[in-house]
Design a binder for this molecule. Structure first.
Ligand code: NAP
Length: 252
């Protein structure tokens, strides 16, 4: 008997349900991965609530095991490899500077950073992407201005600070739709990503970067739906990632 594959599918904005889905057909330059665990990302519920197509798969961040390797894959993946990655949940099925990463809710922290760094900061990476975090980032940048790079489309109120928003899904090098908007293919970013992930694997093996603290929650994919509901109510994780094991799911 062939295995039954399930996915969390969007059925109307804000609504994710478990449905049987076909096993994906392996494309030549892809690997087929059996998902073992997922981690909730704020984008899971914000994308689910936004404009999008019904029938698309919800969720992004995963870890799993390689089942099959496409014939055109150039990297030495093999069946059984443990891998982690990001998918694009909600995707239409049709088709030497100093960097500071910020995670502090105190509105005064930006001015404090500017003072502590003598106004020399020119670039800030905003890993939160809210109006409040954008304001903190702008405050941290020195008087001559600079760049605020953000994961969500927010602007700062300082004219001399340019806000640049990007989507991680660009790294596939393929075109896609996000929240109803079309984004063109950027093959050069896939080439960049191959270099980046190779470097990241090396740094990982050397123990030079580590994951967030994590908390394994109950209920598998259904637990993740509950987790998204809590995030939506502002009762989501703080200081940790919520992780769900697929095998903990009570299948329909
Ligand atoms: N552009 C893209 O391609 C893309 C893709 C995926 C996600 N995103 C977005 O990127 C953002 C970060 O995602 P993530 O996976 O890193 O999320 P995450 O693991 O939940 O981390 C969010 C971080 O932001 C902090 N934070 C939350 N609200 C804050 C606030 N009001 N002020 C200051 N800090 C705050 C959290 O602090 P605590 O832990 O202390 O609460 C946490 O450190 C999310 O908004 C997500 O929607 C963008």
């Amino acid at each position: 008997m062939s295995p039954q594959n399930f996915g969390l599918l969007r059925e109307g904005a804000g609504n994710a349900v478990i449905r049987p889905i076909p096993l994906p057909k392996l494309r030549d330059n892809y690997v087929l991965i059996r998902t073992v665990a997922i981690a909730l990302n704020p984008t899971d519920w914000t994308t689910l609530d936004a404009k999008g197509d019904d029938g698309t798969i919800v969720g992004c961040d995963f870890a799993g095991i390689v089942e099959e390797v496409g014939s055109a894959v150039t990297k030495s993946f093999k069946k059984g490899d443990k891998v982690t990655g990001l998918a694009h949940g909600g995707w239409s099925p049709r088709r030497q500077q100093r960097h500071i990463a910020l995670a502090n809710r105190d509105a005064a922290v930006g001015k404090q950073i500017r003072q502590d760094t003598d106004g020399k900061i020119t670039k800030v990476f905003d890993t939160v992407g809210m109006d409040t975090s954008a304001a903190i980032c702008a405050d941290a940048i020195g008087a001559s201005g600079g760049m605020h790079c953000t994961l969500l489309p927010v602007e700062t109120s300082r004219e001399e600070v340019e806000s640049i928003f990007f989507l991680g899904y660009d790294i596939t090098g393929e075109s896609y739709k996000f929240e109803g908007e079309s984004y063109p293919a950027k093959p050069e970013l896939f080439e960049w990503t191959k270099k980046f992930t190779t470097l990241a694997e090396k740094l990982w093996a050397e123990g030079k970067w580590q994951p967030h603290p994590q908390s394994v929650k109950e209920g598998g994919l259904l637990g993740a739906v509950e987790g998204m509901n809590l995030m939506r109510e502002g009762k989501g994780p703080s200081g940790e990632k919520w992780v769900y094991r697929v095998d903990d799911t009570k299948w329909p």
